[in-house]
Design a protein around this ligand. Structure first.
Ligand code: SF4
Length: 295
């Protein structure tokens, strides 16, 4: 399918969008736009990103990705996250989540070429398990309105609202592919809890059971390989079946938050050994220098 016009004209009227989101700033890049928004009740910042990417691991298809926030600030408090610098926290309403996508699509003039696929990624800021009902309703409404090829839902895994996964799986029975992702970053529960100390976290055993029950393809496990963390593939294999998961191996983003927390990528030897051990245990993995390769 070739997109652009069809997405833009499916948006609600500007006056309707303006009731839920206000643009504070727009950063313009050759490959897209980064938005800093606020809600009409003054909750800020709400970050949204819109860009074209083509991933050589996925056939170089030109894909438009709109990344939306589920909250202003975040209650999970992962040690490496910029949201720790945001003092306030407010989960977003259904309308405030969907307004981000409408805003992106209505501002499509920067696009020079059509694209083939549309993807909505619910991982800009906030966690779906902490704001489950507006998240599920937004996924449903956006799916019905725009028919995106892909919806990405990512969680750090706070131990809240476990019923979310069953409801999410029901949404996947329509046209859009739903990709579920877990942020892991270590193979030990105690270290994961240390990385996200504000909330009780689901254990690897819990996550493994959810992955086993997930009916829409492999669940992505994200591992940023950090110095001081443990990457025991035996432990991963005790909790996850290789056929249920795809493992993304990442480098840490060097920014003021990760530098302040002294979190750095481990050596190439450790990263390569982790990948080799994964392959020996039958896991499929891929390394990403950045989450996506933009063109
Ligand atoms: S759940 Fe996501 S947004 Fe929230 S603190 Fe962790 S990484 Fe940041």
């Amino acid at each position: 399918m070739t997109r652009v016009a069809s997405d833009r004209w499916a948006t609600p009227p500007v006056s309707e969008i303006a009731r839920h989101a206000v643009i504070e700033r727009v950063e313009r890049h050759p490959f897209g736009r980064g938005y800093r928004l606020r809600t009409t009740q003054g909750h800020a910042p709400v970050f949204m990103a819109d860009g074209i990417l083509s991933d050589r691991h996925e056939g170089n298809v030109r894909r438009r990705k709109v990344g939306v926030s589920l909250s202003s600030g975040c209650a999970v408090g992962c040690r490496f996250c910029f949201t720790n610098r945001i003092r306030s926290y407010r989960p977003l309403t259904l309308e405030e989540i969907t307004a981000q996508v409408h805003l992106a699509l209505i501002n499509s003039d920067w696009l020079n070429h059509p694209y083939q696929q549309l993807k909505f990624s619910f991982k800009q800021m906030g966690d779906p398990l902490v704001n489950p009902i507006p998240t599920l309703e937004a996924l449903w409404q956006l799916q019905v309105r725009y028919h995106p090829e892909m919806l990405v839902v990512s969680t750090a895994g706070p131990d809240r609202n476990r019923w979310f996964f069953e409801r999410l799986a029901e949404l996947g029975d329509t046209d859009s592919e739903i990709r579920l992702q877990f942020s892991c970053h270590t193979s030990r529960d105690a270290e994961r809890c240390g990385l996200c100390p504000k909330m009780k976290m689901l254990t690897f055993r819990d996550l493994g059971q959810i992955a086993r029950a997930w009916p829409h393809g492999r669940v992505t496990l994200n591992f940023v390989v950090m110095k001081g963390m443990t990457y025991e593939v035996d432990e991963i294999a005790r909790n996850f079946r290789p056929e249920d998961v795809f493992i993304k191996v990442n480098y840490i983003d060097r920014n003021r938050d990760t530098i302040a927390q002294k979190l750095v990528t481990d050596s190439e030897t450790v990263v390569a050994r982790f990948e080799r051990d994964l392959a020996e245990h039958g896991f499929v993995s891929a390394r990403r220098h950045t989450p996506d390769n933009y063109d």
